[in-house]
Write a protein that binds this ligand. Sequence first.
Ligand code: FAD
Ligand code: NAI
Length: 475
Amino acid sequence: MAKQFDVVVIGAGPGGYIAAIRAAQLGMSVACIDDWSTAAGKPAPGGTCTNVGCIPSKALLQSSENYEQVNHHFAEHGIEVKGVSLKLDTLIGRKDSVVKQNNEGILYLFKKNKITFFHGKGSFVAQVDGGWSIKVDGATPDDLVAKHVIVATGSKPRALPGLPFDETKILSNDGALRIPTVPKKLGVIGAGVVGLELGSVWRRLGADVTVLEAMPDFLAVADQQVAKEALKVLTKQGMKIVTGVKIGTVKSTAKSVTVPYTDAAGTEQSLVVDALIVSIGRIPHTDGLGVDVVSLKLDERGFVVVDADCKTNLSNVWAIGDVVRGPMLAHKAEEEGVAVAERIAGQHGHVNFATIPSVIYTSPEIAWVGRNEQQLKAAGVNFKVGTFPFMANGRARALGDTTGFVKIMADAKTDEVLGVHIIGPMASELISEAVTIMEFRGASEDIARICHAHPTLSETVKEAALAVDQRTRNM
Ligand code: FAD
Ligand code: NAI
């Protein structure tokens, strides 16, 4: 007999497991199916984010930053360290144990919230009396019937045509998180978020990193004032970034990888590296889900088609996270998961796409929310700008980390904050204040009048808000 549930979630990434928890909190009977396994074949819920994304990349970023600090910055503090050496297997092992703790944490949360977890591949079988028949293919096959289905099957890395990932020489984000020895020369195709974060990790650990980017502008998605500063700083750190390239046919042998490319001036070039990270974006993941069996509608790029409420073309079938339109971010997936669970419960779940923050965890960090200067100009919006550098912030000087600035743009007439762009220390944390202000449709004057603790990096945000009104005090 099929097991009956109010809600079956397919995929236990940040979208799926958070949706499952919210649905359980709202009193529904919930199952969650996920097929990710550890090397030993055990369940590893958490999706891309936990296993090969947000969490392991941040673990490696922290370890590699520690290595960079001890090698290059401790001396400024009068701390002399001799005989520094790198134990890469310990560093990677620590990352793996951070991932494992997160996998186990999610299994614990399933238990605590009385969510039935199935380890295996979930797929649609048919529409039946009482909902949808879902099959679980795994060590213990199962048949479920769900009143509501939430598809949260995420995304997978996009390969270059004719160049499949082998995770030894041609690396996706997965292989790039577990290179067994620091490559002498590392190539990266795509100067997006994965390329810059993982490129930074391996550069700090000693690799000579070259990043090849197709777009003529570096970080075209960011505010261009921020992007310029980022390019300057990352280049100074030793990362070689080449924009405006056209990649030719890559050749990979047991020894090396050769990347022919045409540079922005039209000259043929060739990059020879020990390994190549290909980070040119991600594609939606619906393999084996039984999309055709039930005619779940996909768009031309393979995303599950949803309306503003995450409803698909099938009744009581919802889809969230990376497998649908919108930014491919864990926190966006989570917000959609909560909103869908609340809508199923008859509530009015809502996601404000205008206030989803973006963060790039390089050093310095880059974070923003709302529109950037080029977008506001293109939209013909009349706006005021306030910027404040970390160089003029006491806490940043004490930390020895004074790169970058905060830039706030507010409506010229109403003073409503339209966008906040930060490059600098702890930008990932500082952006929260901007998100809160924008969520409440606050003004730059609101930030300027809020008491900020001294000495903190957050005073840079306050000073940038004061600068919108041309009354910054500390410059
Ligand atoms: P996923 O996390 O991809 O989870 C989907 C799950 O469903 C997977 O476990 C998959 O195996 C499973 N699944 C798929 N099909 C089936 C099926 N038929 N049956 C059963 N299970 C199935 N985002 C951030 O916000 N911050 C970051 O710092 C960040 N860092 C990143 C770093 C890297 C290197 C990468 C690659 C991504 C990063 N992201 C980050 C993006 C983030 O990981 C994704 O946006 C997020 O994981 C999407 O969540 P999701 O729940 O939609 O899907
Ligand atoms: P991305 O979309 O961030 O960057 C891809 C880059 O590759 C772009 O700059 C693009 O112009 C370039 N590109 C595409 N095709 C190319 C080609 N043929 N040759 C050269 N360059 C090419 O994608 P990325 O870095 O793979 O990350 C995937 C997703 O994961 C992102 O959408 C992001 O949302 C998410 N992510 C988020 C992180 C965070 O929030 N900190 C960290 C890592 C990933």
